[in-house]
Every structure is written in C-alpha cells, then in structure tokens.
Design a protein around this ligand. Sequence first.
Ligand SMILES: *[C@@H]1O[C@H](CO)[C@@H](O)[C@H](O)[C@H]1NC(C)=O
Ligand SMILES: *[C@@H]1O[C@H](CO)[C@@H](O)[C@H](O)[C@H]1NC(C)=O
Length: 305
Amino acid sequence: MMIPEEILTSHMWVFYTLIPCLLIDGVARLPAPQNLSVQSTNMKHLLTWSPVTMAGEVIHYSVEYQGEYESLYVSHIWIPSSRCSPTEVPECDVTDDITATVPYNLRVRATLGSQTSAWSTLKPPFNRNSTILTPPGMEVTKDGFHLVIKLEDLGPQFEFLVTYWKREPGAKEHVKIMRSRGIPVHLETMEPGAVYCVKAQTLVNAIGRYSTFSPTECVKVQEETLPLALALFAFIGFMLILVVVPLSIWKMGRLLQYSCCPAVVLPDTLKITSSPQKLISCRREEVEACAMTVQSPEELFRTWI
Ligand SMILES: *[C@@H]1O[C@H](CO)[C@@H](O)[C@H](O)[C@H]1NC(C)=O
Ligand SMILES: *[C@@H]1O[C@H](CO)[C@@H](O)[C@H](O)[C@H]1NC(C)=O
C-alpha cells in the first residue's frame, strides 16, 4: 500500500522525467526498444528486448513495472525495477519485482545522454504463473538399507513431490512432500534384495503448479550378507560338530580301551609259560591299575592328538 506522500513523490518523479522529453524532443530521435518478452523458468523472470543501436553510442535502458495495485488503482504510477534502472544490457532480471501471482505490466525505454525513447510495453502483461517449471535435479543413493535422496535447491518457494515404490508386481506408490536444502535426506528403509525407484516433481504453491516428473532412478539393495554369512558359519559349525563329536567319542573310547586294558589277546606262548593262576592275578592287577589311573583332561587331549 502506498501512502499519499509516496504517491506524491512518484508524481514528482514522472513530472521531472517527462519535462526533458517534452522539451528536448528526444522521443522522436531515439527508437524505442522492440520485441519485449519475458523468459521465466523456475520463478526466475528475465525481461529481454531487442537492443537499440546507435553507431558509436552506449545506449542505456530503464525498466519499470506496475503490479496489481498500481495497474488497478493508480494506473499512472510505474515503479522503477530494482535491478535495472538503468542498465546497459538489453535484459533485466525482474524476479525481485514480481512478488504476486497477478498480471504485471512491464515497460522499457532507451536513453542516450539527455535523449529518451518512447516506452515500449510488454504485451500481454506477465503473470508469473506462466513460469516454466523444470523437473528437479535429484540424486538417489543408498546408505546401507536407507534410501537417500538429494534434491536440487531451487529456493524457498519450491517443494518437491517425491514418489517412490518398491519394484515388484502390484507395488504401491508412496508420496512425500519435501523441501530441499541441497542436503541428502532419508526417504525409506529398504528391504534387502529389493529394487526401489524414485521420481520427483517440483511444486510451487504460490502459483499452484507442478513440473513434470524427473526421470525415474532406481537403486538395488544388496542381499542381507551379514546374516547369510552367519547362517553359513552356523551350518559349517553344525556339520563340524556332527563329524567331530562322534569321532572324538570313538577315539576317546579307543584311548581308554588301550590305556586300561591293552592286552586282551595274549600270545599263545605266554599262555603256555605262565600258569593260569599268575595270569589271572596279573590281569586283576592290571584291571585295578586301570581303575586307579585317572587321566587328567590335558593328558587325554595330548594323547588323543
Ligand atoms: C524483433 O524480433 C524479430 C524476430 O524475432 C526480428 O526479425 C526483428 O528484427 C526484431 N526487432 C528488432 C527491432 O530488433
Ligand atoms: C494464470 O492466472 C490467470 C489468472 O490470473 C489465469 O487466467 C491463467 O490461466 C493462469 N495461467 C496458468 C498457466 O496457470
């Protein structure tokens, strides 16, 4: 909203700039810029025009605009563009001037010293809702089992509709609305061995419009290698136990058998020379010795090895 004092100064400004034009008759000599157009992409608005050329002269341009309030209620008031009053190049970034989603009038004129051209006005007026929205640049990565997305930072007016799904028959799409600060963000925890796909579109609430979708990017999650390795180790361990335990029991049995009762079958010569009495007593001693011998586990182990 303009207060009366500002309106007054604007009047004075128009007044002062008009006087030289009228007095010096510069309007007729300097041609007005032609071919005004606005290239607007992702809410960045650039007004361009065909340059006015005068041999050996540097032409300057002034750009002014009227927003909704000015064009509806005070149509004689034009506001100098914040960035290009004046400018030497035949273009003007009017992004900062266009602050609402309404038609804006834009005009430009050439100046050369004290000469000024007539104003050329953009037809039709520019509405920022006509901006071209491009799909966001994105990077989809995985961090372990985390699906991570990094979106292009287009500024505070931008949001992103991120659609992602697990690639499988009848997969359900999930949608998240995200803002971007240009940093990687966790999107989803993924299931091992699955493929996840992501696409995104830009959304600007101020103009109620979406871009098209970005190309789909997919990442494959690795199989759960750690638990698999564990399972493998467990299996090998189990097999080892199956083989080693009966083997060691058998070996132990044999060891005990040899250390306790070594000579079960005596050579015939012995049977002949020794009296049966002696033999029996000998065998009894041996059995007793056998019972007496308590082998420590270490000894057993050493003999077994
Ligand atoms: C305006 O643009 C058209 C084509 O885009 C071109 O032929 C013409 O010369 C331009 N006018 C000026 C004054 O440069
Ligand atoms: C922009 O807004 C105007 C109303 O202000 C509407 O008529 C026009 O269709 C809109 N254009 C787009 C591309 O949304």
